[in-house]
Design a binder for this molecule. Structure first.
Ligand code: ADP
Ligand code: MG
Length: 378
């Protein structure tokens, strides 16, 4: 990989044109770059802002050839074909590497790798065939049986209490590779976003405290309401993971806060900007998307400083009316310390992430209270 900085108005490429791709595109365009997006959806949220939309499948060779003309290419999601990443990497600069993306695609590899880096995960066992379920599996009960690949927003997960339920759940998943994870005594969930160019240029954002509803992220509160030493430890752990991977790009590390002692265990990683980092657009010196642009262009990550306590609230399709009528935006838009972001998605389905807003306040409690109040008025 050649390390000369890539400067505006170079063309940057991204695999995927969802909301993450859209916010990446806006950041890159603001800095004066041009953007090509590859996404098979003609209504992809990023397409509205991109200079060029390659409307084709992610493994379409002609489209990948076009994307490879970009000065550098990145991705907005981890379930991208590793062969497509390799194809691109032979022709242009790709970050993060296909190998790093592949690790995040499979929970079995991901967990093994986290432990190899010397960090804790919840106790787990890989379940790839019916015979893998034995008396010894009881050690991981009550637990959650998660499919090894393609799970998100709580999808592909079944909670099990007994060995019988475990067998039924494995069959219900269709016998695909799974991870049986012991339920931990969850006191909270946090995430740390690391921005890494190389070992000399690494920045971490303040940990975000994440609140889920029905398996989907609902609120991210920053600063997290946890002791400073735990927050420092979380940042160091995330950094250690990025260093071990020799990661180049933006990496999100989700962690569980366990038990009275607030022990941190790593849940999963995402090789890209993350929903829990959307507040960085409105509340930090540089956003996670500016960092993604900078790093893919071989520029060191910029200042991650939190400028105000804040809370990000997701806006799901659930708040649209039955007939597709818009929510009442007036209370939110009238608030002078809250910032609305809509992704331009056409159909508002239940559970679909349509947008988010960020509320700034004097402390985390106040920001969260304000966000919950405004969300209730949508
Ligand atoms: P997803 O890919 O859907 O985000 P996660 O593995 O992060 O899957 O699980 C979704 C949520 O389920 C977590 O954010 C957490 O609230 C809960 N959860 C997952 N694993 C455990 C566990 N081992 N113990 C307790 N809660 C868990
Ligand atoms: Mg998760």
């Amino acid at each position: 990989m050649q390390n000369t900085p890539i400067l505006p108005p170079s063309m940057l490429g991204i695999l995927g044109g969802g909301q993450l791709g859209r916010m990446f595109t806006v950041a890159a365009k603001n800095m004066g770059y041009k953007v090509t997006v590859l996404d098979p959806d003609p209504n992809a949220p990023a397409a509205e802002f991109a200079d060029r939309h390659l409307c084709a499948a992610f493994d379409d060779e002609a489209a990948l050839n076009e994307l490879a003309q970009c000065a550098a290419v990145t991705t907005e999601f981890e379930n991208v074909n590793a062969d497509a990443m390799r194809f691109l990497a032979r022709r242009t600069t790709v970050s993060p590497s296909g190998d790093c993306v592949a690790i995040a695609q499979n929970r079995i590899q991901e967990k093994a790798w986290i432990r190899k880096a010397g960090l804790q995960t919840a106790p787990y066992q890989a379940v790839c065939k019916a015979e893998d379920i034995t008396e010894a599996s009881a050690e991981f009960l009550p637990g959650i049986l998660k499919t090894a690949t393609l799970g998100y927003d709580g999808k592909g997960q079944i909670r099990v209490k007994t060995l019988e339920e475990l067998q039924t759940a494995f069959a219900a998943h269709g016998g695909v590779d799974c991870v049986l994870e012991k339920m931990v005594d969850l006191r909270g969930e946090i995430s740390v976003i690391v921005c890494r160019l190389n070992s000399d240029n690494v920045q971490t954002f303040d940990p975000a405290e994440n609140i889920h509803e029905n398996g989907i992220l609902a609120y991210s509160i920053v600063p997290a309401r946890l002791p400073q030493d735990i927050q420092q430890q979380a940042r160091q752990m995330a950094r250690r993971l990025a260093d071990e991977l020799d990661y180049v790009g933006v990496l999100a590390v989700e962690m569980f806060v366990v038990g009275d002692t607030h022990e941190l265990v790593v849940n999963e990683i995402a090789p890209r900007p993350h929903n829990s980092g959307h507040h960085t657009i409105d509340a930090c010196a540089a956003s996670q998307f500016q960092q993604q642009v900078r790093i893919m262009c071989h520029l060191p990550p910029a200042d991650t400083r939190l400028l105000s306590a804040c809370c990000m609230a997701n806006i799901l399709g659930d708040v649209w009316q039955e007939d597709g009528g818009e929510p009442d935006w007036l209370p939110l838009q009238s608030d002078t310390a809250s910032f609305l972001h809509l992704y331009g998605k056409k159909a508002a389905r239940k559970g679909r992430k349509m947008g988010h807003f960020v509320t700034l306040a004097h402390d985390a409690d106040a920001a969260f209270a304000k966000a919950a109040d405004l969300h209730g008025k949508l």
